[in-house]
Design a protein around this ligand. Structure first.
Ligand SMILES: Nc1ncnc2c1ncn2[C@@H]1O[C@H](COP(=O)(O)OP(=O)(O)OP(=O)(O)O)[C@@H](O)[C@H]1O
Length: 454
């Protein structure tokens, strides 16, 4: 099925006046417009033609906008859907985002607002590239899937709902969480991050909820937890899949009631926060395996967001490589080297299992070891070989035959790298461009002997 040309939009609303007004305005801006008066008619049109954009009212006599969105998804997952929700209806807005809407707008909607949202569907590039060289708040990229994630994050930021970001390690989950915070009306309040995998299990409860003086050995003073410190702002629960099962009921209650007690205290503390949780393991399968409570999963997953892996973002590898080169050059105070076409080809040919973090680390190494005006194929090869060379012949991992499952390849790559670093996980994680906790997760997942990789 081909897209109707040029930019095509389907307007779904039971009010004829709104349909006409939107038809006229979209057409004036060069869009090809079709309209439907309800869910059934919309479904019929969606089956006959593919649209770039669907703008649908949320509540209609024969159904709702979520059903229109489902019909669109079924035939064309790439069609963006903007839902128009009733003024002040937070549940509608949250439902729209949960259902995967590109954006939602609150009625009464001005055509300018709608055109602005629609423009993001069609011309998202300039919107997403921010020439900011600080470590936060700048999400570089223009791949459509990334832009969609950013748009959804922007839409989520104007609700107060909790968000769950599921994506591979190093794809920018924390960056997206900061983006949501900064775009929200909590921006002037604290953004507090807790890495659930990095805090030792026995300290996590007090880290999150605080403790009274004397609550446990070593608790010489009372201390507030991250929930309290984030009051008014946003709490990031990074690597939520690492939350121990015994702590999950207390976390669930804190999320539901926004109320908890410090360890060793009976007084309840109330907070006003937005929680963003991130994970690079599939939480739904952890629920199936009984490792994560389903009620907590559903409570966290109010607005699901995902970020595509770097290898699936055509064009972004070069863009990011240039961004990192400029960033390092700015730090060192010199001009940024250019990337030769061969260098870029080689970058594009690699599959970056550690995603943007791995690319950033690689570019930093290349820039510091090859101070030249042009980074060419040789620079790439030398640096890449240094990373992958010297896998000891004795490495116990078997050879991988072409066509073997990717996971097998990853396992072997991991084993080889760990063998190369004599089992030093931190060093191996740095080389692979993944975080130490991802390394820990993979070692566990693949059942590699933990003591060898201390
Ligand atoms: N689109 C991007 N533009 C610029 N920098 C990025 C982008 N994505 C990621 N980065 C950078 O890559 C590094 C890793 O990003 P981040 O920590 O947000 O990833 P993550 O998915 O949370 O990783 P992990 O799961 O390992 O915690 C950071 O230095 C971040 O600034």
């Amino acid at each position: 099925m081909n897209f109707a040309q040029p930019s095509s939009v389907l307007i779904v609303d039971d009010e004829a006046g709104i349909r006409t007004a939107l038809r006229v305005n979209f057409a004036r801006n060069g869009w090809t417009v079709e309209t439907a008066s309800g869910v059934t008619e919309a479904a019929r049109l969606l089956e006959s033609k593919e649209f770039h954009l669907v703008v649908s009212d949320m509540r209609m006599p024969d159904g709702n906008g979520l059903e229109v969105m489902r019909s669109a998804r079924k035939v064309s997952p790439s069609t963006a859907v903007i839902l128009l929700t009733a003024f002040g209806s937070v549940p509608d807005a949250v439902q729209a985002m949960r259902g995967g809407a590109f954006d939602y707008l609150t009625k009464p909607v001005s055509f300018e607002q709608l055109e602005e949202a629609a423009a993001r569907v069609m011309q998202p590039v300039k919107d997403a590239i921010r020439p900011d060289t600080s470590d936060t708040g700048s999400i570089v990229g223009r791949a459509p899937q990334l832009l969609r994630a950013i748009s959804r994050a922007r839409a989520a930021s104007s609700t107060d709902a909790d968000v769950l970001v599921e994506a591979e390690s190093g794809t920018g989950k924390e960056l997206l969480a900061r983006f949501i915070h900064e775009a929200s009306n909590r921006a002037r309040k604290p953004f507090i991050a807790v890495n659930c995998a990095a805090v030792p299990e026995h300290l996590l409860e007090s880290e999150l909820f605080g403790h009274a003086r004397g609550a446990f050995t070593g608790a010489t003073t009372a201390k507030p937890g991250k929930f309290e410190l984030a009051n008014g702002g946003t709490l990031l629960l990074d690597e939520i899949g690492e939350m121990p099962l015994n702590l999950q009921p207390k976390l669930l209650r804190a999320l539901q009631e926004r109320e908890f007690e410090r360890l060793g205290e009976t007084r309840s503390i109330k907070v006003d926060i937005r929680v963003i949780a991130t994970t690079n393991v599939n939480l739904a399968s952890m629920v199936d395996e009984g490792k994560f409570r389903s009620d907590l999963y559903y409570r966290l997953n109010v607005i699901p967001l995902s970020i595509p892996a770097l290898k699936d973002r055509a064009g972004d590898i070069e863009l990011l490589a240039n961004y990192f080169v400029e960033k390092f050059a700015a730090k060192l105070g010199g001009p940024a080297p250019r990337l030769s076409a061969e260098f870029v080809d080689r970058l594009n040919a690699h599959n970056w299992p550690g995603n943007v973090r791995e690319l950033g680390n690689f570019m930093r190494r290349v820039c510091s070891l090859h101070p030249s005006v042009l980074l060419d194929a040789d620079c790439f090869d030398q640096e890449f070989q240094t990373r992958t060379k010297a896998i000891p012949a004795a490495a116990s991992a078997p050879l991988v035959i072409a066509g073997a499952p990717i996971r097998q390849l990853e396992r072997v790559h991991l084993e080889n790298t760990l063998a190369m670093t004599q089992g030093n996980r931190t060093q191996a994680a740095e080389m692979l461009g993944i975080s130490i906790r991802t390394m820990r997760n993979r070692i566990r997942e693949y059942g590699l002997p933990p003591r060898r990789y201390a």
